[in-house]
Design a protein around this ligand. Structure first.
Ligand code: ATP
Length: 324
């Protein structure tokens, strides 16, 4: 394979630029030429191809977001859209493609592979909601962003004996709440995988108060509820001073952590190595610290398993009132 392309698709995530940079530089060093496609599958349909060289990925490893920009495209999901995409890739001499995104983007990558354009998927999403890989690009950075917010909110909440609810992203996956909640010592971690009723939540807070602890941090995964609503419910039942903070999109930005930069580099290089061997229809991932690849649809089909042991451990170590 002599000429490949790379695009980012779906939601952006810190570390995508590190993956782009690694893929571009490794491919060029290996004798290939590389095109960047702007705005994901949408740009692919609009012929938004840019020639990449070693310098075009300078000074991006430390930047969040994606320099190629990203988009969602309904048109690409139609037969006509797919045919246009294949045609545009062929007319630019592209023999293989790297797609950095989530499971939706991977389904598109599978379609392209089946149409004769070997395509490799790199997992990029802060949600860590892909079951086949231990970690996705951007998750570690987002955890650190949430952690920073927890630290700051704890300062002010404990000064006022307040309860703070911090709503974090993750869609239907509680990993971001769980990891940041453990790191930040949250008194309660609410995730979509474990249902907890309002009476149980208030019961926990009441037991803290009974033991003289008036300030608590609740990390609430967006899939488990809305912070303003939970605030009202707690105030009604407990009469406590409660504040709600929805972190929102700031969790998606920021300079990637070292871990996400490393992961981006490893994923990008692995994807190029596969394409070099004319191998497509694969996703790359990491398991037990090792980079691996597998069939796209097999990867997408792996069910995400929540780490209940980690959750139970958090409940013990973050609960200072146990046996006190
Ligand atoms: P994120 O996790 O950030 O949402 P994602 O890759 O899952 O990332 P989607 O919006 O689901 O984000 O998908 C991105 C794009 O991939 C879509 O806009 C569409 O162009 C393409 N895509 C999604 N699902 C499919 C599908 N089933 N078949 C073909 N293409 C798809």
């Amino acid at each position: 394979m002599k000429r490949i392309a790379v695009l980012t698709s779906g939601g952006d995530a810190p570390g995508m630029n590190a993956a782009i940079r690694a893929a571009v530089r490794y491919a060029i060093a290996d004798g290939m030429s590389v095109c960047g496609i702007q705005r994901g599958y949408s740009g692919l349909l609009q012929n938004e191809f840019v020639e990449m060289n070693m310098r075009s990925v300078s000074d991006i490893v430390q930047r969040g977001g994606t320099v190629l920009r990203t988009a969602r495209s309904r048109e690409f999901m139609t037969d006509e859209g797919l045919a246009t995409a294949v045609n545009n890739l062929s007319s630019h001499g592209i023999e293989g493609l790297i797609v950095i995104g989530g499971d939706g983007s991977f389904r598109g990558a599978k379609n392209l592979s089946e149409c004769g354009i070997p395509t490799i998927g790199i997992p990029g999403t802060i949600d860590n909601d892909l079951g086949y890989t231990d970690y996705t690009l951007g998750f570690d950075t987002a955890c650190n962003t949430v952690l920073d917010a927890i630290n700051k909110l704890r300062d002010t909440m404990s000064s006022h004996d307040r309860i703070c609810i911090i709503e974090v992203m993750g869609r239907n996956c509680g990993d971001l709440a769980l990891y940041a909640g453990i790191g930040g010592g949250a008194e309660l971690i609410l995730v979509p995988e474990i249902k907890m009723g309002i009476e149980e939540i208030v019961g926990e807070l009441r037991s803290y108060r009974d033991k003289g602890k008036y300030s608590s941090i609740i990390v609430l995964s967006e899939g488990a509820g809305k912070a303003p609503e939970l605030r009202e419910q707690i105030i009604t039942r407990l009469g406590a001073s409660v504040r709600a903070t929805v972190l929102g999109h700031l969790q998606r930005g920021g300079s990637p952590s070292c871990r996400d930069r490393m992961l981006g580099a490893d994923f990008g290089v692995k994807a190029v190595k596969l394409l070099k061997q004319n191998i497509g229809n694969r996703v790359v991932g990491v398991h037990d610290g090792k980079i691996f690849d597998m069939d796209i649809m097999e990867g997408v089909a792996v069910k995400k398993v929540f780490d209940y042991d980690l959750y139970n451990m958090a409940n013990v170590i973050n609960n200072s009132t146990v046996n006190s």
